[in-house]
Ligand binder design. Structure first.
Ligand code: KG4
Ligand code: ZN
Length: 358
């Protein structure tokens, strides 16, 4: 098979990413983040993110081409995230990709951001943490993906990366990273909150307080034979409220808020329920290989407990290197390359970005 040279563009949230791959070989992964501009607002502001993409796109593209040592003319195809994500942010990347496609005559592929988080695992050397597998150039037969970030929390089954991806479960309210960010704010830890809580939790006692695990009651879980309505789904809004109440109670008593214990107990609740439901979904759906992706894959406790629980369940865990787990253009190029190698036709330039793409 020929190894297509693919340029991937990502702009669904606050990262402007341009990645270039040849077949399953990563040539470059250039990312510019507007996170610094969102810090003072305590969350990503869509309008600011869109403007930042506009500023960053051309320099990021130029840097990527330079690093990969290729010219635009050498590229075989362009791939761009078409959703899900922030509408205005997506539009910048999609518009840029369409313009490049028209100007160069290269075919354009519209890419589903979530599937791209999985596709990145097919790049050579990206399997990380596991025992080979994903990067042998073909997918394990019974592959699942656990995607955990500021925008998504999902467990997927991947029968074919190009046309058969099924969502087994997802969050019904906040994404896990969003819960980290909101709780960090309650604890006065700043934004983004994930890394701060991860760090502070190491000094706390996770057993000092027990916070609720959402959607784990029998009426939601049901049984393997008769699954309840949310057997593989998550909810983090009740947990966030429980942390707020807990902080208030300490304050009302005039006591010092034990932020390290709260951080540790909160983190334990999130990680416990994410990993237990993900492993349950794998076991009950014959999934033997699990890929972990998304920015929260950086979390030390999530990596540890996912590793332990997968290993007890006989599931091989694959964790790509962190720069490939967070939002980036290489994952978009990686999936584009897979679509081309599978003989799938390009999308053309008439498609619209879809902020709520399933
Ligand atoms: O994938 P990502 O870079 O962007 C998207 O949201 O799509 O993920 C960012 C999220 C933020 O919510 C951040 O707080 C969280 O990932 N995060 C972490 C850690 N590092 C980043 N959450 C928990 N523990 C961490 N170490
Ligand atoms: Zn993402």
């Amino acid at each position: 098979t020929i190894q297509p040279l693919v340029l991937g563009i990502e702009s669904s949230c606050d990262e402007t990413g341009v990645g270039i791959v040849r077949g399953t070989t990563l040539l470059t992964n250039t990312v510019s983040s507007s996170m610094d501009e969102h810090v003072r607002f305590g969350g990503v502001i869509p309008e600011i993110a869109s403007r930042a993409h506009l500023d960053a796109f051309v320099p990021t593209l130029q840097e990527a081409l330079h690093e990969a040592g290729v010219a635009l003319d050498d590229i075989d195809a362009i791939a761009v995230t078409s959703g899900p994500g922030l509408a205005g942010a997506l539009m910048v990347g999609v518009c840029a990709a369409k313009a490049l496609s028209v100007a160069t005559g290269k075919p354009l592929y519209a890419i589903n951001h979530l599937v791209a988080h999985v596709g990145v695992g097919l790049l050579d050397g990206a399997a990380g943490g596991g025992t080979g597998g994903l990067s042998d150039g073909r997918l394990p037969e019974n592959l699942g993906a656990l995607l955990v970030s500021g925008g998504h929390t999902e467990i997927l089954r991947i029968r074919s990366i190009t046309d058969d991806v099924e969502m087994l479960g997802s969050t019904i309210d906040d994404a896990a990273g969003e819960a980290y960010d909101k709780v960090a704010r309650l604890l006065g830890l700043g934004y983004p909150g994930g890394p701060a809580i991860d760090k502070l939790a190491k000094q706390g006692n996770a057993k000092a307080i027990r916070f609720p695990r959402g959607l784990t009651q029998p009426k939601y879980m049901g049984t393997a034979e008769e699954p309840g309505p949310h057997r593989y789904d998550w909810s983090f809004s009740g947990l966030k409220t429980a942390v707020a109440r807990c902080v208030e109670q300490f304050e009302a008593r005039g006591e010092e808020v034990p932020t390290a214990d709260i951080a540790a107990a909160f983190q334990e609740a999130v990680v416990d329920v994410i990993t237990s439901k993900a492993v349950l979904a794998c076991k009950e759906n014959g999934i033997t290989d699990l890929l972990l992706g998304g920015g929260v894959a950086a979390n030390s406790r999530l990596r540890e407990l996912t590793g332990q629980r997968c290993s007890s369940a006989g599931i091989t865990l694959h964790v790509p290197p962190l720069p490939l787990c967070t939002d980036n253009g290489a994952m978009v190029a990686a999936l584009g390359s897979q679509l081309i190698m599978a003989g799938i036709a390009p999308s053309g330039v008439a498609f619209a970005p879809d902020s709520s793409l399933p």
